[in-house]
Ligand binder design. Structure first.
Ligand SMILES: [Zn+2]
Length: 173
């Protein structure tokens, strides 16, 4: 191999690396905006969309039309991913349901989910919440853990111990 070849090889390697970085950036932006993107393992993650509504006893499906749900998702996806997490966390309330007998037991917590509405927020079921933002249970568990760790756990009277959604928003700007 002469020097020229080595240079070419180095250039090629650099180009591949650059392409990878670009693809990563492209993927990250697409993911944030809810557009189709490709995971590292090659799995294609489709564009996020509102999933069919719940059929629960709370009748959330009668409170939120498909059009309104789409609007909520569109507005949500305009946020940066940190903003999206913050939005979800402030629309999710983790309540202590019983005296803690076992430390760190998940069973002593229950969650309340809310969607934005004309007069603030409206409580919906977990299915409605997940299927409007097109998120999975794993994501909710992750956020709930963070809320609990940050002591943003609402007491039985519904008041948060420390962080109210308003306070979080103020701190964010
Ligand atoms: Zn429901």
């Amino acid at each position: 191999m002469d020097g020229h070849c080595i240079d070419d090889l180095a250039k090629d390697t650099l180009d591949v690396a650059k392409r990878k970085v670009n693809l990563f950036k492209l993927n990250r932006t697409a993911k944030e905006k809810g557009l189709q993107y490709i995971r590292k393992d090659g799995t294609v993650v489709p564009t996020r969309s509102v999933k069919p509504p719940c059929k629960c006893n709370m009748e959330c499906f009668s409170k939120y039309t498909e059009a309104v749900r789409k609007e909520i998702l569109t507005n949500f996806l305009r946020l940066k991913s940190s903003g999206q997490n913050q939005f979800l966390a402030t629309h999710m309330f983790v309540k202590q349901t019983a005296r803690i007998r076992v430390v760190n037991s998940r069973r002593t917590y229950s969650r309340v989910y809310k969607l934005p509405s004309h007069n603030g927020t409206t409580t919906v079921c977990k299915v409605m919440f997940m299927d409007t933002f097109d998120i999975k249970d794993r994501k909710l568990r992750c956020l709930a853990d963070k809320i609990i760790q940050g002591n943003g756990v609402a007491r039985d009277d519904g008041r948060a111990n420390n962080t109210s959604p308003k306070e979080v928003k103020r701190g964010h700007h």
